[in-house]
Design a protein around this ligand. Sequence first.
Ligand code: E4P
Length: 214
Amino acid sequence: MKFFLDTANLREIREVSSWGILDGVTTNPSLLAKENAPFEELVRAICEACPGPVSLECVSAQGPDIVAEARGLAKKAPNVVVKIPITLEGLRATKILAGEGIGVNMTLVFSPTQALLAAKAGARFVSPFIGRLDDISEEGMGLVEEIVRIYENYRFPTEVIVASIRHPRHVVEAALLGADICTIPFGVIEKLVGHPLTDAGIEKFLRDWAKVRA
Ligand code: E4P
């Protein structure tokens, strides 16, 4: 399973990259707005700091505008992937951009039919938003299960990015379902490593080792 970091924060990206487990980054307008930094400079730095794909989101609504915006974003760095919300206009744009070799991450996906359409249009990635479904008492992970099965049935090459992750259990469930990627906020990715029994075990070994050396 690939791990993307769901952030536009450079410090977080550099930190997780130094752990050796970072495969990509996803941003969105809300994450970029938190950074309070000039867009061009920030994007350049993120694309340099990240070893894999970096998603940048298009905000245009009409097909030709989305295509033009996406082409501009894709020129910023070789590892840019353009994020496009799933709409009919977004699908039209995806078909054109995929034909030009520009990677599309189809975003704001909340149903299996949306994911099926994204794959048919040639999206490289599809992003079902799990936490936002859980927030309204729906079963976010059920959507991931359906998408993974549909893509397997038809051997679509589109990779599933489990997005809107709220806690480590989301990562475990996505992995059990065989989703390709989780895009994880820094606060959650940090929690994946810790366990109180590991801490207690280290402490005990150190205490006992001190006796061996005494
Ligand atoms: C990722 O591509 C999305 O932008 C992100 O996971 C959304 O997460 P949120 O629902 O916590 O805003």
